[in-house]
Ligand binder design. Sequence first.
Ligand code: SAH
Ligand code: F3S
Length: 482
Amino acid sequence: MEKVIEESLQGTSLELAQKENNTKKLFIESYGCQMNFSDSEVVASILLDQGYNTTQNLEEADLVLVNTCSIRDKAEQTVRKRLEKYNKVKRSNPKMKVGVLGCMAERLKSKFLEEEKIVDLVVGPDAYKDIPNLLKEVEEGRDAINVILSKEETYGDVSPVRLMSNGVTAFVSITRGCDNMCTFCVVPFTRGRERSRDPQSILEEITDLYSRGFKEVTLLGQNVDSYLWYGGGLKKDYDKATDMQKATAVDFAQLLENCAIQFPKMRFRFSTSNPQDMHEEVLHVIAKYHNVCKYIHLPVQSGSTRILKEMNRQHTREEYMALVDKIRSIIPNCSISQDIIAGFPTETEQDHQDTLSLIEYVKYDFGFMFSYSERPGTLAARKLEDDIPEDVKQRRLQEIVDLQREIGLERTQRFIGETVEVLIEKTSKKSENEWSGRTSQNTVVVFPKENYKAGDFVLVKITNCTSATLIGEAVNYSEMHS
Ligand code: SAH
Ligand code: F3S
């Protein structure tokens, strides 16, 4: 989620959760989606109260935790390599304990303790509050595991410490789990059924962020448009709710509107939107409020209706195109990004061409593109042979990436000559003297620092661009600036 997999962040260890009297040291690193990074902040917060401060130095850690991803085989292989590395360190520091968190923990369960002898602790995504108990087990010399998935857990009552933070943008999770059962996807198995978090606790977390100077919040979930709070419980059990619960239920459009109204000086983003659950009301909220960003991450996976059906996506190519048309008519300046999988089982050259022509039609601003990786236990793995040869998958993927790059450049170029509102996040990677921030449309902008500061909203006149970055000069603060 924001979405996904920012390559530069993969495997970063989290720093700076400190309490004065804490004596133990936690090294925690995260792989995969933004939800994992966000969960690691919850875990660090829980462990801060157990006497652990975080460290970035693996060698000095008493406890090493790795928050893992199962989405593709490659993600799992990366984690296995990290475990080998911890093993080496553990040889010189035998007191060090190692724990696996997240989706691989959930997928492999006790197998981890058997296969990877160095692992002391295995904790699934809904069991982080049990870590203090599990650590006691470990201290007493037993392996500890909790991979129970929950109907209720949203960690609404844990106030996450912000690790790796730029102090300007933050992620707030609003739903957990997923009920969609896309046939290629392991998430419903590793993260359980979909449930929503109490809006009150969401707004409290944002209030806290605002008071600490944060300016942008991304509401996070596997399927945010499906958000529905009716007093707790699984989304699928909404039918059983009382009339009273139904009358006072809060859906995603309402939640987003509440955020926009209560925090007029903050910007809001959200991720991820599942096409089938995106309703028109949300589009009107995005259009109506200046502080709701004009950007929708709208994974499509394939442009072929036949493949979409095999994937158990709940829409056709035409329905997706109609949704895009609606977005464009209600929010004319909206950016749209995709996730696409190349080489799903049975995909023909014609199906692939359908994907390319859909990219042409939608004109996505960005994309996250993958080749199909069969995941054990998913419906696709059980029912369909992984029959597209690796070289064909890679060639199709490359064609998709190339086309997306070309169209992305066109989309970036549309801003040249315009003046855009930018929230300054950090110093640009390329130059000490330049700021880097993003537009409402999520395009990165770099420009000379002058006297502006991180966290300022500024108007930037765009003069040039590379394929995904706008280059310009600030002209003034924007109205969002307080
Ligand atoms: N709804 C989620 C999707 C998580 S997975 C979200 O919030 O983003 C992110 C992306 O990984 C998916 O959209 C899909 O494009 C890709 N993906 C998932 N399973 C995959 C698999 N088995 N092989 C290749 N790509 C996969
Ligand atoms: Fe996975 Fe589909 Fe849910 S991609 S996370 S099952 S929407």
